[in-house]
Design a protein around this ligand. Structure first.
Ligand SMILES: [Zn+2]
Length: 444
């Protein structure tokens, strides 16, 4: 029997990864410890074509907030899904340049005043494991020691007993994996428990954001229509002892749907062209060869996460190995007010995405505008984002905020508005986005 499209997408992603050189992939360390990682990919599909992999990322690391770069020249969040999406931004610009030159594109068209996907093109996100944060809370709890699993089961039962379809969303951001009982909460990425906290949000929160705002983000929204995910294919789902596989799979899919799009359904009115979307969820049995489950299955007793990330955007050439947010070979340098050298910057850092975007635009004056001002020039996008998160208004006063490099604001509802589903978001803000594509840091 022919594989479903979702399985073909998984094969395209895993096949592309397998064909890459070893450099940047998980290894077995000298002390025998096997490393693992997560693979994510954005794959485009249209009828009668092979699935087309446009961007792939691997990684499970995030830098603490103390290492946020003022010039946007390091990649702060190196989780696979985030790298795959940032690579997709570069692909969008590269493909748009081709269209601009009059070359034929099977995927992108120019419509009136913006680029958009060609009719019939569907966007798939493949991830080799449940996205971190809300979508994986139940799965993680079910594979934990009994007491943690029990606490979560109690909360799930309490919620099932309540009459609400969608539980009220906690309004305070939760750090990492703290508190399984904080069901539905937006969460920052954990990092190491002993490390200073990060303010990067979980992949579940980011993917849910893409279902409202699109994958293209605020910057590219100036020249691109929103690009929404049509399908999400997830691997690495393991059936806990004593559970029936079909029931467990149905539960995991329902949980992922709740976390990745149902959680934001209570949002207020969205300005066109933004809308709520409902990507279809698929689970794949196809195991990623360098996943944690694969390492365990091959006898590794205590596999460890790889510290290296990989970004591969075929249209840009060779894959890029990313360590500590920088292109490999450069060695990590504290983010500062002098731009990292060209070869040290990852192609998917904010600065490089900005430069590619400014290069695409016909407006020469954009070169002197800051990343922050360009992102905020699109009012429809910013209105949609405010409907999702609220606006920065209050100081973050969670316990762990004491360990951040300075005070951060969190979002809350604009006065009179209903509470947005992702109230409590911590935007990085102008302090880290006031750079121009020329590498100039504007005064705040
Ligand atoms: Zn993640």
């Amino acid at each position: 029997m022919a594989d479903t499209i979702a399985e073909q997408v998984v094969q395209a992603a895993q096949g592309a990864y397998a064909a890459l050189p070893k450099h940047g992939k998980p290894i077995v360390r000298d002390n025998g410890v096997a490393e693992w990682t997560i693979l994510a990919a954005i794959v485009l599909v249209r009828p009668d074509r092979e699935p087309h992999l446009v961007s792939l990322g691997t990684g499970v690391k995030v830098l603490p907030a103390a290492r946020l770069p003022p010039l946007g020249d390091t990649v702060h969040d190196c989780h696979a899904e985030v790298l795959a999406r940032r690579g997709f931004l570069r692909w969008l610009v590269a493909e748009a340049v081709r269209v601009q030159r009059g070359e034929a594109s099977e995927w992108l068209v120019w419509r009136e005043d913006k680029f958009g996907l060609a009719p019939g093109v569907e966007v798939f996100l493949y991830v080799s494991a449940l996205p971190c944060g809300d979508a994986s809370t139940l799965h993680t709890a079910a594979h934990q020691p009994a007491d943690a699993a029990e606490a979560f089961k109690n909360e799930a039962a309490r919620r099932a007993a309540s009459e609400q379809d969608t539980p009220p969303v906690p309004t305070e951001v939760v750090r990492g994996r703290n508190g399984y009982e904080n069901y539905g909460a937006i969460r920052t990425k954990p990092g190491r428990p002993d490390s200073p906290p990060s303010i990067s949000f979980s992949c579940s929160d980011k993917i849910a954001t893409w279902t409202v705002l699109g994958l293209q983000g605020a910057l590219l929204a100036r020249l691109f229509e929103p690009v929404y995910l049509d399908h999400i294919v997830i691997g690495g789902v393991e059936v806990p002892e004593g559970q029936r596989e079909d029931e467990w799979h149905a539960t995991v899919v329902a949980e992922a749907e709740r976390a990745l799009w149902r959680r934001v359904e209570g949002i207020g009115a969205l300005p066109p062209p933004y809308r709520l979307t409902q990507p279809r969820l698929h689970l794949t049995p196809r195991r990623f060869a360098l996943s944690r489950e694969a390492a365990l299955a091959s006898g590794a007793s205590d596999p460890s996460t790889s510290t290296v990330s990989l970004s591969h955007v075929p249209v840009l050439g060779k894959p890029e190995v990313i360590i500590n947010g920088c292109a490999q070979g450069s060695g990590w340098k504290a983010p500062g007010k002098v731009l990292l050298k060209d070869k040290q910057r990852s192609r998917v850092c904010k600065m490089e995405v900005l430069r590619a975007f400014v290069g695409l635009s016909a407006e020469a004056e954009l070169a002197d505008e800051t990343y922050f001002s360009l992102k905020h020039a699109n009012t429809a996008y910013q209105e949609a984002k405010a409907a999702l998160r609220g606006v920065p208004a209050e100081r973050l006063n969670a316990d762990w905020a004491k360990r951040l490099p300075h005070e951060f604001e969190v979002t809350s509802a604009a006065s009179g508005a209903t509470a947005p589903p992702f109230t409590g978001w911590i935007p990085t803000g102008p302090r880290y986005e006031s750079f121009t594509s020329r590498g100039v840091l504007a005064a705040l």
